[in-house]
Design a protein around this ligand. Sequence first.
Ligand SMILES: O=C(/C=C/c1ccccc1NC(=O)c1ccccc1Oc1ccccc1)NO
Ligand SMILES: [Zn+2]
Length: 368
Amino acid sequence: MASSRVLYVHSDDYVRTCDSMARLPHRASMVHLLIKAYGLLKFMRVIAPRMASHDDLAAFHSDAYLSHFELVSREGEDADLPESQQYGLGYDCPVMEGVFEYAAAVAGATLTAAEGLRNGVCDVALNWAGGWHHAKKDEASGFCYVNDVVLGILKLREQFQRVLYIDFDLHHGDGVEDAFSFTPKVVTLSFHKFSPGFFPGTGDIAEVGLGRGRFYSINVPLSDGIADEKYVDICHSVLQAVNTTFLPEAVVCQFGADTLAGDPMCSFNLTPKGLGQCLQIVLGWQKPTLLLGGGGYHLANTARCWTYLTALVLDQVLASEIPEHQFFPEYGPDYVLEVTPGCRSDTNNPAHLDQVLAEIRENLKHMA
Ligand SMILES: O=C(/C=C/c1ccccc1NC(=O)c1ccccc1Oc1ccccc1)NO
Ligand SMILES: [Zn+2]
């Protein structure tokens, strides 16, 4: 990738705001400082994000939700207003003071990245602190308060007729699928763990979209223990089939890193190399591409993964040794970039995966 054609959305203020999300302490700093420590910033155009305005957020979210969310964010924890529950606020989506500013900052960063692509300023745009795919029009969900992914896709749709969304996070990208389930202009494709009782519970292969959007939502339900080889194999087959059938003009990828070996979600057994092979397939299409983060609860592995993917975009090879920097101690005991797969058994049987692929190929035949 010609380096100046890669946009990296970053500012120290933005990282500080994202770091303030207590449940992901310093993750944004760890990601940025590892990318910086590997000397990758000089290959990219670094742009400071703008804050999303109320109108920006209202492109997807309801006014009722936004004004309630802004109110409780001002008052912080003790704002246990009765209607908070109907807006998904509390429990999975605790209301920390300033959480509205955090959500507006992340949404603004994803919009800044999407605008760079829409205006032809860059070919690839990165916002690793974005990717909050569960938020609904009027409800926070799964620790997602504002759906920056939907906002980014809507921004790209101002310029591109057909947008392909690919969700590599461990969890089903339900908020994004819901937002576009009735339209054939956006294909949402999600690879995720689908298992009784596992959040969010949606994303079965039979979920194909509704009305004019029927067959434009694609779900690849997977089970625990899948490792790089099988994951890359099914991703490659589905991605190629979707790209040649839908012919997208722009692509948005959510690379939630909770699929990695060692993640506390303890489900899949992937490594950054496997996700990198999936990214290489998408980059090979040479279409305007927006890359976002998402889940990822082993903070050092998440930083390893997104740094590795950033280097892939830049055609840069990284040394195994983690460079000396502020968070170096977090990378022990080996202090290397690679993530070692776990020795967990893969519960995905090949015959079932073939069946999943056959059903998706069948559904694609109905895509006009
Ligand atoms: O990763 C996700 C969703 C996570 C999620 C879903 C339902 C309820 C809460 C969720 N998120 C969290 O609990 C959450 C968010 C940030 C940091 C730690 C978090 O907890 C854990 C707890 C145990 C393992 C991993 C994460 N979507 O991609
Ligand atoms: Zn996740």
